[in-house]
Design a protein around this ligand. Sequence first.
Ligand SMILES: O=C(O)C1=C[C@@H](OP(=O)(O)O)[C@@H](O)[C@H](O)C1
Ligand SMILES: C=C(OP(=O)(O)O)C(=O)O
Length: 432
Amino acid sequence: MDVLVTPTPRLQGELQALSSKNYTTRYLLVAALAEGTSTIYYPAHSEDSDAMRRCIRDMGAVIEEDDTKMTITGFGSRPRDVKELDVGNAGAVLRFLMAIAALAPGVTFINRYPDSLGKRPHDDLIDALGQIGVDVRHNDGKLPITIRGGAAKGGKIQVSGNVSSQFLSALLFLTPLLQEDSEIEVLHDLKSKVVVGQTLEVLEQAGIVIEASEDLMRYRVKGGQKYAAKEYVVQGDYPGSAAVLAAAAVTRSDVKLHRLMENSKQGERAIVDVLRLMEVPLTHDNGVVHVQGNGKLKALEFDGDKATDAVLAMVAAAVFAEGTSRFYDVENLRYKECDRITDFLNELRKAGANVEERRSEIIVHGRPEGVEGGVEINAHYDHRVIMALTVVGLRAKAPIRIRDAHHVAKSYPIFFDHMKALGANVEWVAPN
Ligand SMILES: O=C(O)C1=C[C@@H](OP(=O)(O)O)[C@@H](O)[C@H](O)C1
Ligand SMILES: C=C(OP(=O)(O)O)C(=O)O
């Protein structure tokens, strides 16, 4: 399905932020790795969290669910013998479960999104798993991937962190369950470092002890640990909310978003500081972000690696700022659902934005007067491209049609319902 975004000068209303995708995938996983029954309150419902739920169920977790919570009886360190797993288009789910598959006799991760997840590289994790004796068959580092586990015992592991932090997180979930102790060393740089903080936080909540160096580049993990069955409460999601807040920032608005913890470990909470630096009138108290936009924004420079999943929303806001903005240290955006630099900027340019790319930078020459619009956008299977182009469409001169906008459901299935509730002129239309 496509979505037609028609220019909308004013947004108003209050919303509950959706639940965090990254915490939901982690809580589901640690609950599956425990032997007792855990409860997760307010889990996210999206294609990615459904993918984790489906896979852990296939691996033997027993899941019950009502409106507010899920109870999960885990399989501990012994997943059921399953031949195939379908992770949809979810990178984190794939990478975390590739590591956990080291505990299973043999499983193939199928390639259901050849033009999106099917193009993403997993070599660094494949190499790391190889170091502890896991046999991985793959298609030049990509899906489909078959993992024959059983032989892994632990030991010294070196993993590169300069493409994705998910490889390191995957090893941190696996190694406590191995027989022997492990030492993990991160080579090169560690991108999306803040997300590793969320992994460590969840592991600690699940009763796992990991010794991490202050710079998060070295870890000591005792083997033979057990995940405890616990109760978890999922906090609000900053990456998805970043798009809603950016929409409020580029319009005249009075928008409140609840459930956004000030002290969250999600790096994407930087959206609040970024909008503040752009001189957007807002407050953030008691978990409520209140934007009273006047449509005026100032350009800024920002290290995008600190808030990787909010960069596209920030760029969308910068499209209408006075001056030139620069988002640097963002090369790993190229290895996401699409190339979030080249592909995304091509779509922005179509809509009338003045943007330039470098290998690891996005440069935006702001157009406070608005952009032309009147074009069709290719979503590139990317929920964050869809949300960012929606923000741009609100302040275009003519409507923007976003093709295959249903891929927004990867993280935020009710994004357009939320935008409508705030008064945005967005409607689903059948593809022509
Ligand atoms: O660990 C996670 O849950 C995630 C890590 C990040 O990926 P990278 O480490 O590849 O940047 C982020 O972009 C992704 O949405 C979720
Ligand atoms: C990149 C993302 O997710 P993943 O890497 O898990 O597919 C995202 O949610 O923006």
